[in-house]
Design a binder for this molecule. Structure first.
Ligand code: P6P
Length: 330
């Protein structure tokens, strides 16, 4: 069977939407290029001493930046800048947004290397990206309001998973498609067409070390997942990698819910709305799932800060709604 490459898929999709300017295609192809470069370094991180380990700097969250974080950030910025149609980038690795081409019509929000604390223990990590049209006038300098857009305003979103193989999964609002990278020939192939969350509710994914720091509704839901009841496929399986992209991807394939609630030490949760929660929420809704902060759709939240955090629950609709029912009883 002839496999379709990401390049062919992009061209086909462009033909499906004749009115499209090709701008999104150029952005996706820039992300494709940067992910190949980052994948090569991630796959030899154990050897690349010049990359491994801390960069001696900190990001806005006060987290020690791994050199690979900084390296990935630079590669994605470089690739997107060279396409010429991106006016600015908001990244977890940069305190403020970065201005690129004033004539660009799009902004990018990204976590260039999420889960980087796993780099040194050789656990899967990922890139998460979100694409929106700018709000300000083309030709002018990009402004903060170009980045503070609700998730419903996204025109594309996706992730790259640097795992046992490197995969790119993205949506432009017409379903979710997954591509697996063949490093031997440097090509992504369409391996997971039309991805949707399986109906079976199988896996709950949370750092249960936070159980006693979470609200009663969260605790009651975890207890519910652990009860024995064959009719409702419980106990659900507990799985937590501690790398959002890897946990999310597993749940998308096998069926499950990922939870990062507000805790006594992180009252707004840990995950960032603009470049972690929103892009995965876009993919989730395109894949038939649900993404919420426990009370409202993630993609309805009006952002107020570039790096703001929100409580985050995402995955199979039935599992997310069951969790919401416990939160509602709090
Ligand atoms: P904790 C990684 O730093 C990250 O942002 C996500 O990738 C991951 O799901 C979460 O934080 C892990 O956080 O508190 O469980 O170590």
């Amino acid at each position: 069977m002839k496999l379709k490459t990401l390049g062919e898929f992009i061209i086909d999709r462009q033909q499906d939407f004749p009115g499209s300017s090709g701008d999104l295609s150029r952005i996706i192809s820039a992300i494709r290029l940067a992910s190949k470069i980052v994948s090569q370094q991630v796959n030899k991180a154990g050897l690349a001493r010049h990359i491994l380990g801390g960069a001696g700097t900190e990001n806005i969250q006060g987290e020690a930046q791994q050199k690979l974080d900084v390296y990935a950030d630079e590669r994605f910025i470089e690739a997107l800048n060279n396409r010429g149609n991106v006016c600015g980038i908001g990244s977890e690795e940069n305190d403020d947004f970065i201005e690129l081409n004033k004539d660009g019509k799009y902004i990018i929000l990204m976590d260039p290397l999420d889960g980087s604390s796993n780099i040194d223990v050789n656990v899967s990590i990922g890139t998460i990206f979100s694409v929106c049209k700018r709000k300000t006038e083309v030709g002018k300098s990009v402004e903060l309001k170009d980045f503070l857009q609700a998730g419903d305003d996204q025109v594309a979103a996706g992730y790259v998973l640097y795992g046992s193989s490197t995969m790119m999964v993205y949506t432009t609002g017409n379903g979710v498609n997954g591509f697996t990278y063949d490093p031997g020939i440097g090509v992504f192939f369409l391996s997971h067409p039309n991805m949707t969350f399986p109906k079976e509710n199988k896996i709950y994914s949370m750092n249960e070390g936070n159980y006693n720091k979470s609200s009663k509704g969260i605790q009651d839901y975890i207890d519910y997942c652990q009860e024995v009841d064959e009719k409702t496929n419980r106990p659900h399986t507990g799985r937590y990698i501690g790398s959002l992209v890897a946990d999310f991807h597993r749940n998308l394939i096998k069926g499950g819910i990922y939870m990062y609630p507000a805790t006594t030490s992180s009252p707004n949760g840990k995950l960032r709305l603009l470049y972690e929660c929103n892009p995965l929420a876009f993919l989730t809704e395109q894949a038939g799932g649900k993404a919420t902060d426990g009370k409202q759709r993630i993609m309805e939240i009006k952002p107020t800060q570039l790096h703001q955090r929100v409580p985050y629950f995402v995955g199979n609709t039935e599992m997310v709604e069951k969790l919401e029912s416990f939160i509602a009883k709090e």
